[in-house]
Write a protein that binds this ligand. Structure first.
Ligand code: FES
Length: 161
């Protein structure tokens, strides 16, 4: 077939439809991942398999997309998400000691969740209140100037239902 014999509008029309369908699926993928995480607390593998079938997107691609974003989690997380700021100001003012104390108290390492799903312990970069270093957060609560006494009270509050 010669170039001038080709109907580009028709070809582009087909291609446009294909691109449109693929883009539409990808547009749905991220909100669907959010919905699964909101419902389950993490990206449950069985739910991802179902999503793969219903969107006709391979599981590999779904995992590839989801793992690109730090907001998605592949393991169940605790009811309380405790974050120890490891930004420079907090680090030099004792964040490592705070992390070690929390780690010992709840028997979890950085990035782990207690077996009873009470809490997940994480470290984060600067949370934006360096003047209060060292800083920890529990869900939406921010606690600054953590010392031994404040840490004990913080631990008690994390243990509360
Ligand atoms: S370094 Fe911890 S709040 Fe900025």
């Amino acid at each position: 077939m010669k170039l001038e014999d080709m109907n580009f509008d028709e070809k582009m029309g087909e291609l446009g439809a294909i691109i449109g369908e693929e883009e539409r699926k990808r547009g749905i993928l991220i909100p669907a991942l959010h919905e699964i995480q909101n419902k389950m607390g993490y990206l449950d593998p069985e739910e991802l398999k179902e999503l793969s079938k219903s969107l006709n997107i391979s599981l590999t691609e779904i995992y590839s997309v989801a793992s690109f974003y730090k907001m998605f989690h592949f393991k169940p997380r605790g009811k309380k998400i405790v974050k120890v700021c490891f930004g420079t100001a907090c680090y030099v003012r004792g964040a490592k000691v705070v992390l070690d104390s929390l780690s010992e108290e709840f028997d979890v390492k950085d990035g782990e969740t207690t077996e009873d799903l009470t809490m997940t312990l994480e470290t984060v970069g600067c949370v934006g209140c360096c003047g209060l270093a060292p800083v920890v957060t529990c869900n939406e609560e921010v606690v600054g100037e953590i010392d031994g006494k404040k840490l004990d009270a913080f631990i008690d509050s994390v243990k509360e239902e």
